[in-house]
Design a protein around this ligand. Structure first.
Ligand code: ZN
Ligand code: ZN
Length: 150
């Protein structure tokens, strides 16, 4: 029989049918619940050089099945090894970060000490400046008193 339907196995010649791009079987559009508008759209798509190629439900299903295949023991072991490596890497990064944090906090303590020293120096200088100001501004007062005492 020419072009038997992939679903009902009856001939598709002279009927509205569509060919699967994977298994190349023809299918009556009624057998795959497709209407004529959808068929036209797919035929237009098929005519484009880079258009989406239609696949029958059987081929689409088996593709999904291959994609969602149960992982083998080897796959699982590979995944565990990968995770172990990732954990090692994260642990290393954590250690590095801890070390870096320690370095930073040491630096902060050091800077705080330096700031403390500078503050003390500034206070000392301010004090000196204040004292010298008092002396300077005090002179006229002293002079006045001297004048009064005369
Ligand atoms: Zn059919
Ligand atoms: Zn197919």
């Amino acid at each position: 029989m020419a072009y038997p339907c992939g679903v009902c196995s009856k001939s598709t010649s002279g009927k509205y049918a569509i060919q699967c791009s994977a298994c190349e079987k023809w299918n009556h559009i009624e057998c795959i619940n497709m209407n004529k508008d959808a068929l036209k759209k797919i035929e237009n798509e098929n005519r484009k050089p880079d258009g989406n190629r239609w696949k029958c439900p059987y081929c689409t299903q088996s593709e999904v099945k291959t994609r969602e295949k149960e992982p083998t023991l080897k796959d699982l072991m590979d995944r565990i090894i990968k995770m172990d490596n990732k954990m090692d890497e994260l642990n290393r990064k954590y250690d590095e970060q801890v070390l870096l944090n320690k370095k930073l906090s040491d630096e902060i303590i050091n800077l705080k000490q330096q700031v403390g020293v500078l503050k003390r120096e500034k206070n000392y200088n301010d004090q000196k400046l204040l004292e010298s100001n008092i002396i300077v501004s005090g002179i006229p007062e002293l002079e006045k008193r001297k004048l009064l005492m005369l």
